[in-house]
Ligand binder design. Structure first.
Ligand code: FAD
Ligand code: NAD
Length: 159
């Protein structure tokens, strides 16, 4: 089984798109991530998975905190910036939720502290304890088969 075949298989599982953000030495950084899951209600835990080559890995280890920002369908450009798919010279303007940088207009902003860390293959799973959150209305940005999609495309397809 080659890597492309495995990625094609994983891409069949449609997901939302998040930006993970953290701050080290007074600088805020973001990274696009779709590997995310709710883990526990009591306590409130989530999991993210960060590749061993991503700069975000050591940044989260250093800060011990991160935010998860669920992007709306209007925020594909934000996803592309934080996946390195769209170059920008401008510094992204983060908002703050408590002491954590968060993405303005995200459908959901979760402020988390690192609760546990598991090294698994070439990724690190961070379990985050959710300390604060905001919610907003809107449709999510979707990632499916390696492409950004919108819910309205699927609604049109079933009519
Ligand atoms: P960098 O490469 O330093 O940062 C990423 C990009 O964000 C750079 O272009 C940088 O210039 C920009 N950036 C960061 N902070 C700022 C700022 N303050 N202002 C302006 N620009 C800034 N990888 C995973 O490990 N796990 C996943 O779950 C995952 N899911 C993904 C889902 C999708 C849909 C896509 C497209 C990619 C996903 N990736 C995932 C890949 C990951 O987003 C990229 O490998 C990313 O480039 C890794 O970033 P980095 O932490 O190495 O940091
Ligand atoms: P793709 O076809 O590579 O992604 C399809 C699916 O494969 C993703 O949703 C994810 O579930 C899985 N996947 C992709 N790369 C992976 C990796 N390195 N480790 C574990 N699972 C992975 O989509 P694309 O448009 O070619 O992706 C753009 C870039 O973002 C690629 O460089 C890809 O590696 C990266 N990406 C990484 C992850 C991740 O590390 N978990 C997830 C999604 C995308």
């Amino acid at each position: 089984m080659d890597d492309r075949q495995f990625r094609n298989a994983m891409g069949k599982f449609a997901t939302g798109v998040n930006v993970i953000a953290t701050e080290t030495d007074g600088e805020a950084y973001g990274m696009t991530a779709n590997a995310f899951m709710s883990v526990s209600l009591d306590p409130k835990l989530i999991v993210i998975s960060i590749g061993h080559q991503a700069k975000m890995l050591e940044r989260i280890r250093q800060s011990g905190k991160f935010s998860v920002n669920v992007l709306s369908c209007e925020q594909q450009d934000v996803s592309m910036i934080f996946a390195g798919q769209k170059k920008t010279e401008e510094k992204f303007e983060f908002e703050r939720l408590g002491d954590t940088p968060v993405v303005k207009d995200a459908l959901c902003q979760l402020s988390c502290e690192v609760y546990n860390e598991h090294v698994e293959g070439d990724h690190v799973l961070f379990i985050g304890k959710v300390n604060d959150m905001t919610l907003a209305d809107g449709d999510p940005l979707i990632f499916n088969c390696g492409k950004y999609r919108r819910l309205e495309e699927f609604a049109e397809a079933v009519q």
